[in-house]
Design a binder for this molecule. Structure first.
Ligand SMILES: [Fe+2]
Length: 314
């Protein structure tokens, strides 16, 4: 029992038509539903549930909520109890309160983010099916993203006043949701402040990550690609389509992933993340990065601060 994997992220779109074009033409997602309020639901070709991204028409960028999937509906009751025991208020909503999903357990993380757990969502299937599937579908004309892979949330951190919601969120993920702390960055006197954490629900390096900052926000959400060649091709596509790129192809020290950061039309930061890095098991020792090697952990080749990367988020 615990979190199985990432499910979906609900984000704001300032110009919904531009965002639709971007997520379909550049990212190669498919629209699976549009509702009367103008919300758009999308999935990637290698995903089997109805959607992984929801676009909400809005006047500003940012994330509304993020949802993770658990294995069984009864897990929601057990997890609700555990959260309530820790003093976290929860709301259990009926099926379809979140469209196409079964019951949902809703609560706020200590960092202030709206977090949703669910066990059931309408099944659509991978574009390549499950019987003698081809390795990829026809018709990919953009980045060809496989699946929504993870998100990195900005969490209020003010060690001088005893506030560290990175540590609080991390504790919750480990102790309630059975996630594994794969990597962390520690700073301050004797490395006493947990500045950032990467947590795994399965055996890839991360399904969610938290970084400390001045206020609650979304740093980025990431889509999976196979390998370095796909990352280079994705960067070419971003160049051809005039997408605003934040960081060109690089390797992370943390997670060992290959990466590009860029912005959707509303200014929400996206990432394409390639490679499985390494396998995570419950007995794997946590990797720790220290303050002096922090930037090597983030951008391994350059080991240099990128101001926009830390200061800009939605
Ligand atoms: Fe990432």
């Amino acid at each position: 029992m615990g979190i199985m994997r990432i499910g979906h992220i609900s984000i704001n779109a300032i110009d919904i038509e531009e965002s639709k074009k971007y997520y379909t033409n550049v990212m190669d997602m498919r629209i699976t539903h549009e509702d009367e309020e103008g919300r758009v639901y999308l999935k990637c070709w290698d995903e089997w549930d109805k959607y992984s991204v929801v676009l909400n028409p809005s006047e500003s960028a940012g994330m509304n909520d993020i949802a993770y999937k658990v294995e069984k509906d009864s897990d929601l009751d057990e997890l609700a109890l555990k959260l309530e025991e820790r003093g976290i208020d929860t709301t259990m909503k009926a099926a379809e309160a979140v469209p196409f999903c079964g019951r949902t357990l809703n609560f706020k993380l200590p960092s202030g983010h709206d977090f949703i757990l669910y066990a059931e969502k309408d099944f659509v299937g991978k574009d390549v099916g499950t019987t003698n599937p081809e390795p990829w579908p026809d018709g990919l004309t953009g980045v060809g993203t496989h699946w929504l892979d993870h998100a990195l949330l900005m969490c209020p951190l003010d060690p001088e006043n005893g506030i560290n919601t990175v540590a609080q969120n991390t504790q919750l993920m480990v102790e309630v949701f059975d996630m594994k702390l794969a990597e962390q960055v520690v700073v301050g006197p004797d490395g006493s402040v947990q500045l950032a954490t990467w947590l795994s629900a399965g055996n890839t390096p991360h399904d969610i990550a938290f970084v400390g900052g001045p206020e609650t926000g979304l740093h980025h959400f990431a889509f999976f690609l196979d390998d370095w060649a796909d990352i280079l091709k994705a960067a070419d596509v971003l160049g051809k389509r005039n997408v605003k790129v934040d960081v060109t192809p690089q390797r992370h020290g943390i997670t060992r992933g290959n990466t590009i950061y860029f912005f959707d039309p509303s200014g929400n930061r996206n990432e394409t993340f390639a490679g499985l890095g390494y396998a995570v098991y419950p007995d794997m020792p946590t990797v720790t990065w220290t303050e002096d090697e922090l930037w090597k952990g983030i951008f391994y080749h350059t080991n240099q601060p990128v101001e926009s990367f830390t200061n800009v988020y939605t």
